[in-house]
Design a binder for this molecule. Structure first.
Ligand code: ZN
Length: 256
């Protein structure tokens, strides 16, 4: 999208109030929304309405992509940047929504640089550097309704977009200073290496052990969906994530 058009859409969206009928969409389909403070919800509404307006939305395979779907995707994505600058999503321009699992065919570079795979690969989502975010709607809707499972495809793919901001997918998004970056790398490297050490992990699913990029994306899912469990199991990891996102979701989490 050209800068001027994007700015115009952004300005227009800012000038409009948050549509009343969007609130029940979020409150009835996304339990996490209801656990936010009033202040956080207000800020998230601002981010969401701009996100819905200024991104290009595409549907695949004849899928009918509706406004409520866009709202639910946008609000979840924007939770990640609630306390960051909107600029963190500057490379998010297109969101492609499929009705269900997408099967990738043939040789391709995966969303993790350097990895090439072939053969059919079913995916629930995909993020590419400066490219679109692809999502399977059924997974988006299911994950939003069931945060206790600790999985969320929207958080996952948009975490990859944050990771990609510095041009490399290495599990380290841009950090404010070198000391913070070093602390991040030290904690995440240790935790990444220990995933699955005992044959299982109390909070992170096996996919986190794939590579550092997937580790960050999976850890982000758990940070926002099961913050208390993550804090109790891996306090250092919780702290570096809380420091990066500038949020402490365990303080507002509702039991269950
Ligand atoms: Zn991933």
């Amino acid at each position: 999208m050209f800068g001027t058009k994007r700015r115009r859409l952004q300005r227009e969206a800012f000038e409009q109030p948050f549509p009343e009928h969007w609130r029940p969409i979020l409150s009835s389909n996304w339990p996490l929304w209801n656990s936010l403070t009033d202040e956080a919800r207000e800020r998230l509404e601002e981010l969401t309405k701009v996100f819905v307006a200024e991104r290009r939305w595409e549907s695949a395979r004849g899928f009918e992509l509706t406004e409520p779907m866009k709202v639910l995707i946008a609000a979840q994505a924007c939770l990640l940047i609630l306390e960051l600058d909107e600029d963190y999503f500057r490379h998010v321009s297109v969101i492609i929504v499929h009705p269900t699992t997408v099967v990738l065919q043939g040789p391709r570079a995966s969303d993790i640089s350097g990895m090439v795979s072939d053969g059919p690969q079913p995916i629930l989502g995909q993020a590419t550097d400066r490219g679109p975010v692809v999502l399977a709607w059924d997974a988006v809707a299911f994950d939003a309704r069931h945060p206790a499972r600790g999985q969320n495809v929207v958080f996952h793919e948009f975490a990859h977009k944050l990771d990609m901001l510095d041009g490399t997918v290495d599990g380290t998004p841009p950090m404010p200073d070198e000391a913070t970056r070093q602390r991040w790398v030290k904690v995440c490297t240790r935790e990444f290496k220990s995933v699955g050490d005992d044959g299982w992990d109390p909070v992170l699913r096996d996919y986190a052990a794939t590579n550092p990029g997937e580790f960050f994306a999976v850890a982000t899912e758990v940070f926002f969906t099961r913050p208390e469990a993550l804090r109790d199991a891996k306090v250092d990891l919780y702290e570096v994530l809380a420091n990066f996102y500038r949020q402490d979701p365990s303080s507002t989490a509702t039991p269950g």
